[in-house]
Design a protein around this ligand. Structure first.
Ligand code: AP5
Ligand code: ZN
Length: 214
């Protein structure tokens, strides 16, 4: 099964994609995570992306489309994938259609996680991940069971993203409304768009998603 999760920064795309990855045995393809790995490795691509990401703007369509196309060709995507953070512009959505038809693949569900902007700044600025295994946490909404210790791997080091400050989050929300929100209309026009209530608790959002993907 191949899915697209749509939604602004903090909507819960990454949180839910990780759960679906386990329950459906398919892989999460987060363009944000891929770009952060490129930045951390100091690659030419990472150097190109770093400043744009820190400003809250969008990296060039061409770079992203090439990156995702070669990722989909890898063996671990054979059982299916969840696109998280891609497509993000109409040009990316159109390129994805062409790419998938060239590879004889299709998207089964495009699911929009609907949320209120006001809550997103708190969600994003409060978030952190385990430095060892990548498990996601939040200062208020998703604390580890034991303070300072990762539930999944017992790790005690955590990190926060460079673009998760209030100013950059607002710029990312602006970019979402200007460039990404219109693609919901693109998929609605094709009759494949579904939505879940992203303001509900994390487990309830998972329940709504499971109803769509079963
Ligand atoms: P990216 O990494 O994709 O960031 P984003 O879209 O801004 O999404 P986030 O990761 O911030 O949010 P999320 O929806 O995954 O929320 P999460 O589950 O963590 O992109 C980063 C940058 O890379 C972009 O700004 C751009 O520059 C570049 N980029 C990436 N893709 C690109 C593309 N295709 N084209 C061009 N440029 C691209 O949840 C957030 C927090 O809230 C967590 O702490 C979680 O615990 C909590 N939470 C989640 N759900 C709930 C809930 N229901 N109730 C309460 N708390 C919740
Ligand atoms: Zn961990």
């Amino acid at each position: 099964m191949n899915l697209i999760l749509l939604g602004p920064p903090g909507a819960g795309k990454g949180t839910q994609a990780k759960r679906l990855e386990e329950s459906l045995n398919i892989v999460q393809l987060s363009t944000g995570d891929m770009l952060r790995a490129e930045v951390a490795s100091g690659s030419a691509l990472g150097q190109q992306a770093k400043e744009v990401m820190q400003s809250g703007g969008l990296v060039s369509d061409e770079l992203i489309i090439n990156m995702i196309s070669s990722r989909i060709d890898q063996d671990d995507c054979k059982n299916g994938f969840i696109l998280d953070g891609f497509p993000r512009t109409t040009a990316q959505a159109e390129a994805l259609d062409t790419m998938l038809s060239d590879k004889s693949l299709k998207i089964d569900h495009v699911i929009e996680i609907k949320v209120d902007d006001d809550a997103m700044v708190e969600r994003v600025t409060g978030r952190y991940t385990c430095a060892k295994c990548g498990a996601g946490y939040h200062d208020s909404f998703q604390k580890p069971k034991q303070d300072g210790v990762c539930d999944k791997c017992g790790g005690t080091e955590f990190k926060r993203r460079a673009d998760d400050n209030a100013e950059t989050v607002r710029a990312r929300l602006d970019a979402y409304h200007e460039q990404t929100a219109p693609i919901a209309g693109y998929y609605a026009g094709k009759g494949v768009l579904k939505s879940v209530d992203g303001m509900a608790a994390i487990d309830e959002v998972t329940r709504q998603l499971n109803e769509i993907v079963v």
